[in-house]
Ligand binder design. Structure first.
Ligand SMILES: [Zn+2]
Length: 303
């Protein structure tokens, strides 16, 4: 199911290496392994309490995940390990098998469904992104969670309770955020990215689950909580503006798309025009290839 547009984007991808030596402590016993602006490397969280340590996302493939596990084990110093993933996309979750027997892997019900129904297709699609990514995923398997929870899961790490909260469908059907209330920190997964155009994985006919309209509603709710620190799926860690910047961009994308749609233009023409307008407004942003899928998604979502 390799999408030609994705394949051409993948041809130039650098090796997506997670660099654990770059980890930064952004709050007490709360570390982020930053993605350093590398495509297909997520920001990874390592959150400690007195009894346990929670890892948020694995990086793509078993070699990256093994680095993350070694780092987390070192940080844990004998504390129990947990793993969760923000959503099922391969750079966030497709190293989870390495944690088997070492950590308890928990995900929300909708994400488990994404893994079960879409995981194998995404593994094949990403292996089609070129040799570098294929090598990263050579021995990767679709992740198998140990625990699937319903509703909101409060995870007691000892003196620190972390909240795993599914958001409803946005970037994917199974998105969940991870809240660390005592530190005011929010891990968003790909519901937020900084320094780049938002990732709308609209790949008809294979995958049309992303909803820009739903995503906007999610961002309204998350930003109403005014988190002190926001760790996006990709890009720089920041404050609450990380959420509002993505929300503002999605509103721009929506409004620019819908008014052209209403005047009867076709999707390809709308995409070309909107791309020109948005690149002009955000000249420094990466990920221009995500504008057109976003236009396609919003054309389909026009009420
Ligand atoms: Zn994603």
């Amino acid at each position: 199911m390799t999408d030609p547009a994705i394949q051409s984007a993948g041809a130039t991808l650098p090796d997506p290496v997670v660099t654990v030596s770059g980890a930064r402590e952004i709050a007490a016993d709360l570390r982020v392994i930053p993605n350093d602006g590398v495509d297909l490397v997520p920001n990874i969280g390592v959150i400690g309490g007195s009894d346990a340590v929670l890892v948020v996302d694995t990086g793509i493939g078993t070699a990256n995940a093994a680095e993350v596990l070694a780092f987390a084990t070192d940080v844990a110093q004998g504390r129990r390990l947990y793993l969760t993933t923000t959503h099922f996309h391969p750079e966030h979750a497709f190293g989870a098998q390495v944690f088997a027997g070492e950590a308890t892997y928990l995900v929300n019900r909708a994400q488990a469904a994404d893994l079960a129904t879409k995981g194998a297709g995404y593994l094949a699609m990403f292996r089609g992104l070129g040799e570098v990514i294929a090598r990263r995923l050579e021995d990767a398997r679709v992740p198998a969670p140990d625990v699937v929870y319903d509703g909101v899961r409060e995870l007691d790490l000892g003196g620190r309770t972390v909240r795993l909260r599914p958001t409803g469908r946005g970037h994917t059907p199974g998105d969940q955020v991870v809240e660390v209330p005592d530190a005011g920190v929010l891990f968003t997964g790909d519901l937020a990215e900084t320094g780049q155009f938002a990732i709308l994985p609209w790949f008809p006919p294979h995958d049309t689950d992303v909803t820009a309209v739903g995503w906007l509603a999610v961002l309204d709710r998350l930003s109403a909580d005014a988190p002190r620190v926001v760790v996006p799926g990709h890009g720089e860690v920041g404050g609450a503006e990380v959420l509002t910047d993505v929300r503002d961009y999605l509103r721009e994308l929506r409004d620019e798309t819908w008014h052209r749609r209403d005047s009867g233009l076709g999707v390809a023409e709308i995409a070309a025009q909107v791309r020109a307008v948005l690149v002009d407004r955000h000249p420094g942003w990466a990920g221009r290839e995500w504008i057109e899928p976003g236009v396609g998604c919003l054309c389909a979502e026009r009420p």
